[in-house]
Design a protein around this ligand. Structure first.
Ligand SMILES: C[S@@+](CC[C@H](N)C(=O)[O-])C[C@H]1O[C@@H](n2cnc3c(N)ncnc32)[C@H](O)[C@@H]1O
Length: 198
């Protein structure tokens, strides 16, 4: 096994001095995460690139938007992705929302293991969470199109969603969508939509 916990150039300043904690979270994902079914069995490198590095890009977006000390809701968080890396690399409070009680219980244990004060594992249906305005993120939970449908009329709301290569067709009077492309390693390109309700 030739696992390298590398950081891409775009993530270096963001995460360089949080590397130890990110590696501890990686270890938890590959042991407890796989054992308890939070993630399916994957290689160490895959877990690092697809779950941790991918999540760091959400954090970079909030840093660019100068969002600090805010409540952010990670809908359909599963094993805490992207919410946990986001919490490790920012001062925001990340509400890890999932509908499955067993997942929330594991995340409560993780909060103690990592001594992460700024995560709040929350047992809730995401459809009830998003009735509020604010900041939302999700990875592999909802399509950008469905996010648009949920967000209609929620002014002052930003939803950052993992996306496909395809750019969204949307009503420019209601939304602004920024489609971002980035590499999680030397080869693999990923996409995120930053949706703002006007
Ligand atoms: C495909 S997993 C994605 C997990 C994680 N975000 C990731 O990227 O690995 C989807 C997660 O959404 C949760 N989920 C499904 N429906 C939900 C709902 N209505 N409200 C909250 N969570 C939900 C599931 O329990 C599961 O943990």
């Amino acid at each position: 096994m030739n696992f390298k916990p590398q950081l891409p150039n775009w993530g270096y300043n963001l995460a360089e001095n949080k590397l130890d904690l990110l590696i501890e979270y990686h270890k938890w994902l590959k042991d407890t995460g796989i054992k308890t079914g939070l993630i399916s069995p994957k290689s160490d490198q895959f877990i690092w690139d697809e779950f941790i590095v991918h999540s760091l890009y959400f954090s970079l977006i909030f840093q660019d938007l100068d969002v600090q000390n805010k409540q952010i809701y990670d809908l359909g968080t599963g094993g805490g992705i992207p919410g946990v890396p986001l919490a490790i690399t920012s001062k925001n409070i990340i509400n890890l929302v999932d509908i499955k009680e067993s997942r929330i219980n594991e995340l409560i244990r993780l909060k103690n293991i990592l001594k992460l004060e700024n995560i709040e594992p929350t047992l809730q249906d995401a459809n009830n969470t998003i009735v509020n305005e604010g900041y939302f993120v999700s990875r592999c939970y909802i399509s950008s199109q469905n996010a648009l449908n949920l967000l209609k009329k929620r002014k002052n709301t930003t939803y950052i969603v993992s996306a496909t290569e395809k750019e969204l067709d949307y009503d420019k009077n209601v939304f602004h969508v920024k489609h971002l492309n980035f590499y999680i390693n030397k080869e693999d390109l990923r996409h995120i939509d930053v949706i703002t309700v006007k």
